[in-house]
Write a protein that binds this ligand. Structure first.
Ligand SMILES: C[S@@+](CC[C@H](N)C(=O)[O-])C[C@H]1O[C@@H](n2cnc3c(N)ncnc32)[C@H](O)[C@@H]1O
Length: 247
């Protein structure tokens, strides 16, 4: 099957998930990012897309922000939307910036599209100064496996509502139709691959958050499934730091 590229669906992403269109970004992801970035002066947003986290970080926190993304249509839109950050076209596995030049790095819903996870995490570790912080946002790798879905089984009485998990342990590349005629390539990995990737790059986990979906997202669920949706995290945030004083 043809492997879809981000250039093919950047307009879908920009329309559906940015500029206030998506309650998870407005109510949860951007506020979480700002909370964990407070006080950080130089920030790199890796896989910045059209720059929504980069712009918020620059405008709300007054940080100097560089956003990088290999998808030229995302960077073109980020530059058009402007708002403070500087943008570069580059991939996560070869960041065109100096060693130890950032107080924080944000990687939001990006590593599930990246093939070379180890190199990408090592690049984060390289560009962070000692004491620098990584915010790694992921589609929750345990609960958002390929094939996971809300199931309402009307074959039993009363109807049973449950969360179906697809295969968790095998790493897998899948192409999912996320909306009619929009195909996105995902790389699924178990959580241990991310955590061990941080360990191997010398980064230390300092916080993990798995929030319930925010009110604006839950409002879109039917009454029958809202409690289950509220109990099933979509998002995982790992916060890790580069230790000070370790050679
Ligand atoms: C789901 S979007 C997230 C955009 C942005 N981080 C946000 O939260 O709004 C995924 C982004 O990852 C980018 N991406 C894909 N492969 C990448 C890679 N190898 N290195 C860096 N970014 C990549 C895509 O171009 C796309 O903009």
């Amino acid at each position: 099957m043809h492997a879809p590229t981000w250039d093919e669906h950047a307009d879908w992403w920009q329309r559906e998930f940015t500029d206030g269109a998506d309650p998870e970004y407005v109510e949860q992801i951007i506020p979480l990012a700002l909370r964990h970035l407070e006080g950080r002066r130089r920030v790199i947003d890796i896989g910045t897309g059209e720059g929504q986290i980069a712009r918020a970080t620059a405008s709300v926190l007054g940080a100097d922000v560089i956003g990088i993304d290999p998808t030229s249509s995302q960077i073109a839109e980020a530059r058009r939307r402007a708002g403070g950050p500087e943008y570069l076209v580059a991939g996560a596995d070869a960041l065109p910036v100096d060693d130890e030049s950032f107080d924080a790095a944000v990687v939001c819903l990006v590593f599930e599209h990246v093939d070379d996870l180890a190199s990408s995490i090592h690049e984060v570790a390289r560009v962070l100064r000692p004491g620098g912080r990584l915010l790694l946002f992921l589609n929750h790798p345990l609960l958002q496996t390929p094939g996971s879905a809300l199931i309402i089984d009307h074959m039993v009485e009363p109807a049973e509502t449950y969360w179906r998990l697809g295969p968790y342990l095998p790493g897998a590349v899948s192409v999912e139709e996320v909306q009619k005629d929009v195909f996105v390539r995902f790389v699924h990995r178990p959580l241990s691959h991310y955590l061990n990737g941080l360990v191997d790059a010398g980064l230390m986990l300092t916080r993990m958050e798995e929030p319930s979906p925010p009110p604006g997202f839950l409002a879109k669920s039917g009454d029958a499934e809202r409690d289950l949706v509220a109990a099933t995290p979509r998002l995982l945030l790992l916060v890790a730091e580069k230790p000070i004083g370790v050679p």
